[in-house]
Design a binder for this molecule. Structure first.
Ligand SMILES: Nc1ncnc2c1ncn2[C@@H]1O[C@H](COP(=O)(O)OP(=O)(O)OP(=O)(O)O)[C@@H](O)[C@H]1O
Length: 230
């Protein structure tokens, strides 16, 4: 039996991360506290995405223990995974909005899938979320009518629907120019200031310099806790 310390949102103990038969990262030990902002850096192929996928139970953990938002990820049954995902917000590099639905319908789709039933409450939550990401009133627009940065902010709104305790972001600025990236980071800071922990994989050293925070570096099959960049 093991417990998540009350101030920790993520605990990783002696974990190995695999992709198929290959060991990508080994002997991982780190914790992330509630409300922390942490980057994962490392060259391409060093395992940043694989680590995030393990945290949201998209890759099985074969060795070690991982606790995320009160769930022991390595013990989760397949049917329990959605309960973990509801405690998380997940943001990827490619925006992954449904192209044939407007923004309100994109958000409603996820809300209904995660148990929201009351139409009035759904509409109110959409208004609040779009306000939160500085895109009020874009409900009826379609994804292709928005810039990349705007689409990414809608994705972030979608990730915030169920008030996650932690946001996992995989290269969220990977497809954006520097100004748009800065907007996304400012938004992340605001979200973080309101108490949501953020774990963000990135290659973007400009972002690290402008918005310094604790850094976990993936290299040579292990993770080094640099505390702060550089
Ligand atoms: N679906 C997969 N099947 C098999 N091997 C994979 C798969 N996805 C990734 N890998 C391998 O696992 C290793 C780690 O990849 P991963 O995507 O986690 O790295 P990354 O640091 O996130 O890279 P990038 O910055 O390019 O996204 C790489 O050697 C990669 O080739």
């Amino acid at each position: 039996m093991s417990f998540l310390a009350p101030d920790n949102i993520i605990e990783v103990n002696n974990a190995n991360i695999y992709q198929q038969a290959s060991l990508v990262l080994s002997g991982l030990n780190f914790t992330i506290q509630k409300g922390e902002f942490v980057y994962i850096i490392g060259r391409t192929g060093t395992g940043k995405s694989s680590l995030l996928k393990t945290l949201y139970a998209d890759l099985p953990l074969r060795k070690g223990q991982v606790h995320v938002a009160g769930f022991e990820v390595n013990q989760l049954l397949h049917r329990e995974v959605p309960f973990l995902r509801r405690k998380l917000g997940i943001v990827f590099q490619d925006f992954q909005l449904l192209p044939d639905r407007n923004i309100a319908d994109n958000l409603t789709f996820v809300m209904r899938a995660t148990g929201w039933k009351n139409t009035q409450k759904i509409q109110q939550r959409i208004t609040d979320l779009l306000q939160q990401v500085d895109l009020p009133g874009i409900n009826k627009k379609f994804p292709h009518q928005l810039s990349g940065g705007e689409q990414q902010r809608v994705v972030i709104a979608r990730a915030l629907i169920n008030e996650p305790m932690v946001l996992l972001a995989d290269e969220p600025t990977g497809n954006l120019d520097p100004d748009m990236s800065e907007e996304i980071l400012k938004l992340f800071q605001r979200i973080n200031n309101s108490g949501t922990a953020i774990l963000m994989a990135t290659h973007d050293y400009e972002v690290l310099e402008k918005f310094p925070a604790r850094v976990l570096k993936c290299a040579n099959g292990v993770i080094e806790d640099l505390k702060v960049f550089p």
